[in-house]
Design a protein around this ligand. Structure first.
Ligand code: SF4
Length: 264
């Protein structure tokens, strides 16, 4: 993987999430290269070959943080802060050290268990939170859709360790790919370790988007009939598939008293 320096740009940026005002992406691009990724259409490089890092991330971000009061900053919106090159480049760890020094906290979303490395910093923060994102029940299917991520079980084991060390945990069940993702079974795997689970379906704007072309290519090579089944569901929020799944999830939430945030 080629890692190059990006053009200079603000590191702290507005965050679209409720209750969190700012986010930091420690990398530009994402080595995990999930073929359904909603950020793919805006990719600056081919993520299978090159990603970018900020030059002097600590010095620049330190100046930007001086302009706002201490608060929780989101990490993991456009790129994964624990993608494989983080093991060497430690951009995310440097940012967490800076947050801690300046009295900020972090809310992190990742598909990697490398986050466990930084438990020592996270548990010192004021109410840091880590969520893992999962979408596939078996790792053979996961490898088809997410080129460079790690096993679902390893992500859940990371949640276990985080929870044990007192860090607030959650899970993002996303994207639910119709007829492929078994959401109920994934919740069975997650419920012990995730304090909250957010659930979202696959989001694709239109049929010309790179992520839809990628999914078509994968399904064509594996199970062409599945495309005919999946396509109308993905492009219709009103499809009965979503209504039935929503009903099952609502029932599960009620019966097991789970903290599920259902957005399908
Ligand atoms: S880990 Fe997230 S940001 Fe990275 S490619 Fe996958 S979906 Fe996109």
């Amino acid at each position: 993987m080629k890692v190059s320096v990006s053009t200079k740009r603000p590191i702290l940026s507005p965050c679209g999430l409720k209750d969190i005002e700012y986010q930091v992406d420690t990398y530009v691009g994402c080595e995990h290269y999930c073929y359904y990724c909603y950020a793919l259409p805006q990719a600056e490089t081919d993520w299978s070959e090159e990603i970018l890092i900020h030059k002097d991330i600590v010095d620049q971000l330190s100046l930007e943080l001086d302009k706002i009061p201490p608060q929780t900053i989101y990490m993991g919106y456009h790129t994964d802060p624990y993608q494989p090159c983080e093991a060497e480049y430690r951009q995310t760890r440097k940012v967490l050290e800076l947050f801690l020094k300046k009295g900020f906290s972090a809310s992190i979303l990742t598909k990697s268990d490398l986050v466990v490395r930084d438990i020592d910093i996270l548990k010192e923060m004021n109410d840091a939170a880590v969520s893992v994102s999962v979408a596939f029940n078996d790792n053979k299917t996961r490898r088809l859709f997410e080129a460079n991520t790690m096993d679902t079980e390893k992500r859940i084991e990371a949640l276990h360790k985080l929870k044990e060390s007192g860090v607030r945990t959650g899970a993002l069940l996303c994207p639910i790919i119709p007829y492929i993702t078994d959401a109920i079974q994934l919740i069975d795997m997650l419920e012990t370790y995730a304090g909250v689970v957010w659930i979202y379906g696959l989001s694709i704007n239109d049929r010309s988007c790179q992520n839809w072309l990628n999914i078509q290519r994968i399904l064509n090579s594996q199970s062409p009939n599945l495309i005919e089944q999946i396509e109308p569901v993905i492009f219709s929020k009103d499809h009965s598939y979503w209504a039935e799944l929503r009903e099952s999830l609502e029932m599960l939430k009620k019966n097991r008293k789970l903290n599920l945030n259902i957005h399908i």
